[in-house]
Design a protein around this ligand. Structure first.
Ligand SMILES: [Zn+2]
Length: 378
């Protein structure tokens, strides 16, 4: 009698455990991180995508969600942020942005925020730790002490210290408006980063610095240059010889130009920036969406949709825009089992009302966000 009771309790427990973050989205249009599937169903079990097929049958007491007239896509990522507290990660998650890449911050604060990676209502936080910069250089003006360097001989120690802080990747700043790292030191930092099995991304605002960083094997640029157009022959050479991605941060650049007023006249126009992005995209260079909050008062969540809109205005197709906000980022930063709707991947999902593959702005509508199969609080 006693035994039977216990088995009953266990069965109830197992049942609840299985269905808590298990469900089926039926008859839904899917953008899977690469392609669009017109109508299918997606099964999630215990937070993992286990089946994608038209013929999934409602079973096992799983909740069935009608996806008719909706789009199911992988959760978004933001490839360039500076998060200063858990509320930034919460704001991101709410907007369906479940991975954010921090590009310069205080390592001790960051380690606490990284502990939230498995918490449903927070975006996973990936970090560069402190960015590499010169004494008095860009990145030293924010009121927190920053380790700096000047010479290539100092690159190894700088990278070793970041590895000790367990950073995910290395960020290097080249910003000639202030004291800045020279090309030899940047090259050495990239070399040491690669030895330490980290990718190295570089902040630039000038084309010559961008070309130099890529020639020195940088894996990515965290902004587009502002000052002049990349020539076709140079683009061809770079795209053929090097493998790199670009996070154009168009929204940030346009907002900063607005603040600069007539001072921005010396730089590329919005239309010219769009053309630079389009040229790179057409040359096969992966474009990644990033917004650099809190710079220019940009938020950690919904403002990413504005960047996607700007990438669309640059001439990327909507599918390419959605890739820029999902799989291009997770692939570039080597994040496992996220960024796609594929069997075995985490059920980090956004269900949008309407066809987001036709109209990116629909992301602004009411939507459902799941992190590992659990509903993110709206
Ligand atoms: Zn930044």
């Amino acid at each position: 009698m006693y035994k039977i009771k216990l088995v009953g309790v266990l069965l109830v427990f197992v049942f609840v455990g299985n269905t808590q973050n298990s469900f089926i989205v039926e008859n839904v249009k899917v953008f899977d991180g690469e392609i669009v599937i017109e109508s299918t169903s997606v099964k999630v079990e215990d937070g993992i995508i286990t089946e994608i097929s038209k013929s999934i049958k409602a079973s096992d007491g799983y909740e069935v969600i009608d996806g008719n007239g909706k789009t199911l896509m992988p959760a978004l990522s933001n490839a360039h942020v500076h998060a200063w507290g858990p509320q930034s990660l919460e704001e991101a998650a709410k907007a369906g942005v479940l991975n954010v890449m921090d590009m310069h911050g205080v390592e001790t604060y960051q380690s606490a925020m990284r502990q939230l990676k498995d918490s449903t209502n927070y975006a996973r936080y990936y970090v560069a730790g402190y960015a590499a910069t010169a004494p008095e250089g860009h990145g030293t003006q924010y009121g927190f002490p920053v380790p700096t360097l000047m010479k290539p001989e100092e690159a190894k120690k700088f990278i070793d210290d970041r590895v000790k802080a367990n950073v995910d990747y290395i960020k290097i700043i080249v910003e000639p408006w202030k004291a800045t790292l020279d090309s030899v030191t940047v090259a050495q930092l990239i070399k040491e980063a690669h030895k330490a099995e980290r990718i190295a991304v570089v902040h630039v605002s000038r084309l010559d610095n961008a070309v130099d960083a890529i020639s020195n094997d940088a894996d990515g640029l965290v902004h587009i240059w502002w000052d002049k157009e990349l020539e076709a022959s140079q683009l061809k050479k770079l795209s053929e010889e090097k493998s790199f991605f670009v996070i154009p941060t168009l929204l940030t650049t346009i907002e900063v130009f607005k603040v600069m007023g007539s001072g921005a006249a010396q730089f590329l126009s919005k239309e010219q920036l769009f053309l630079e992005v389009k040229k790179m995209h057409e040359a096969g260079i992966p474009i990644l969406a990033g917004t650099d909050p809190p710079n220019a008062n940009i938020n950690y969540g919904t403002d990413l949709y504005k960047e996607l809109q700007l990438l669309s205005e640059s001439g990327l197709s909507n599918v390419e825009v959605l890739k820029a906000g999902t799989s291009n980022i997770t692939k570039a930063f080597g994040l496992d089992n996220v960024g796609y709707i594929k069997v075995g991947y985490k059920a980090d999902l956004v269900l949008v009302n309407g066809d987001v593959t036709k109209d990116i702005s629909l992301l602004n509508n009411e939507k459902t966000v799941w992190k590992e199969g659990k509903l993110v609080k709206q």
